[in-house]
Ligand binder design. Structure first.
Ligand code: DX5
Ligand code: ZN
Length: 221
């Protein structure tokens, strides 16, 4: 199983984002948290900024939409050229139609669930998606504590993906650090978002290497 490490620029310096994405060139993807101050109580950036990041980033964009009315707005992020676009199940009326719209526009389609949202209703829809994001904190802010009670959802996803031989990446986001990444890896995650654990360190490349190694050491059997 390939381990992917996606630093979140939510913890980067927002007035120097070009330099901040260049610092993480050794990572797999750059995780871009789009927040609308409605779905979550925080505001970051929208399509104009994502389009500029797409133009200057040395690695592909993994866009995480924490916005309401995802059916309407998600496809536009795929049109900007994002490698993957992940929207929240709680914010979409028709998750399968929105996933299809993303794929038609050339992006990988991702489905995200908040800590309190059960995964069972979505297990049979997995073939419509290229990745599933299990939030390991309440979405909205960086620097929060990892919620281990979300791990049963990851185990259920890993079992369903493996049972059906699907190629669906399983992502975790929130509170991922050297202390917690192994817990998520053991439960079946293969794609790890880390904000403060990367940008909180002076040696961001070293942080990326160490986090990847820690995940690989605890890889799901
Ligand atoms: C939170 C965001 C995360 C955030 C993670 O809502 O979706 O991507 O940047 O930050 P850390 O890794 O600091 O918990
Ligand atoms: Zn995120």
């Amino acid at each position: 199983m390939t381990v992917r490490l996606n630093p979140s620029i939510l913890s980067a310096d927002f007035v120097n984002l070009q330099a901040e994405v260049e610092r993480i060139a050794s990572a797999d993807l750059v995780h871009v948290d789009v927040m609308d101050n409605h779905f979550v109580p925080n505001l970051t950036f929208g399509p104009q900024m994502v389009g500029r990041l797409q133009a200057v980033s040395p690695i592909p964009l993994d866009v995480h939409l924490m916005i309401s009315d995802a059916d309407r707005w998600a496809p536009g992020y795929a049109e900007l050229g994002a490698f993957s676009v992940t929207f929240h199940a709680e914010a979409a009326a028709d998750v399968v139609a929105t996933a299809r719209a993303l794929r038609e526009r050339g992006a990988r389609a991702g489905l995200a669930v908040k800590p309190g949202t059960p995964i069972e209703p979505y297990l049979e829809l997995l073939p419509a998606f290229d990745q599933v994001l299990v939030m390991t904190v309440e979405p909205g802010f960086g620097g929060q504590s990892f919620m281990p009670e979300t791990m049963p959802k990851l185990r259920a996803l890993r079992a369903a993906v493996d049972a059906h031989g699907l190629d669906v990446w399983l992502q975790v986001d929130g509170g991922i650090s050297l202390d917690t990444i192994g817990i998520a890896a053991e439960a079946g995650a293969d794609t790890f978002v880390a904000g403060s654990a990367v940008y909180g360190r002076d040696d961001v490349a070293g942080a990326i290497d160490e986090l990847r190694a820690a995940a690989a050491a605890h890889r799901h059997a």
